[in-house]
Write a protein that binds this ligand. Structure first.
Ligand code: SF4
Ligand code: SF4
Ligand code: FES
Length: 217
């Protein structure tokens, strides 16, 4: 083996890669692009999910192949996560509406597997507990960087679906914000007055407004 070369296994097959390459880059260079889904090649889309093990007992886990660098002795397996249909958001999350959409919420056994699996370092389990307590703002912030790779769902033996719930909370909060009536714009009356009439009239009004600093009562 040349120096600067790393040997790892992908789905059981040995592959040689340049040290410092990502797993995804190494697979492409080895002509194995068809072995793994990929999208952005930048840690954003969540398509390239893999499980990683080591033949010498080092701890492995789940990761994104476009971000994880090759290491000697790695055993890598693709783990595409099946999409699940999104549940319609409610207008503002409440404990009742979240539990109606996701009855899985209270199944969490606090095993922490989801937090360990998350490639974005999101405190997934803690966020599930925040959902149970209705701490919506914190939940929305937790999932700001979620790329919806689905790994937290894949590893959850209790089928809690944490990231689907996190997305639902964010959408439900956004829906509530959209339906709040807009506050009256204090400048709207001034603009209406300034934009009224033909060009000459608008010019006259603008001059008057500049002079008086207000529109006529
Ligand atoms: S993997 Fe599932 S059961 Fe375990 S902490 Fe996460 S949500 Fe809870
Ligand atoms: S919270 Fe779940 S879906 Fe989101 S990035 Fe982490 S593991 Fe992926
Ligand atoms: S290819 Fe998009 S996250 Fe890896």
């Amino acid at each position: 083996m040349q120096s600067g070369t790393v040997r790892f296994k992908f789905s059981g097959e040995p592959i040689e890669a340049r040290a410092g390459e990502t797993l995804l880059g190494a697979l492409w260079a080895a002509g194995r692009a068809e072995g793994l889904q990929a999208g952005c090649d930048g840690g954003v889309c969540g398509a390239c999910t893999v499980t990683v093990r080591f033949d010498d007992g080092r701890p492995g886990g789940t990761d994104l192949a476009c971000m994880r660098l090759v290491e000697a002795g790695m055993e890598v397996f693709p783990c595409p996560v099946e999409p699940v249909a999104a549940k319609a958001p409610a207008c503002g999350p409440s404990p009742e509406s979240l539990r109606a959409a996701y009855p899985t919420l209270d199944r969490c056994t606090q095993c922490r597997s989801c937090t360990t699996a998350c490639p974005m370092d999101i405190p997934v389990m803690d966020s599930v507990l925040r959902m149970q307590r209705g701490e919506w703002q914190a939940v929305a912030e937790d999932f700001t960087t979620c790329i919806h790779c689905g790994l937290c769902r894949l590893v959850c033996e209790d089928k809690v679906q944490p990231h689907n719930m996190g997305l639902w909370v964010r959408r439900s909060m956004a829906l509530a914000e959209e339906t709040v009536p807009a506050a009256p714009d204090p400048g709207a009356g001034e603009w209406a007055w300034l934009l009224d009439g033909d060009r000459e009239e608008r010019l006259r009004r603008a001059t008057e407004f500049r002079r008086d600093g207000k529109v006529p009562a």
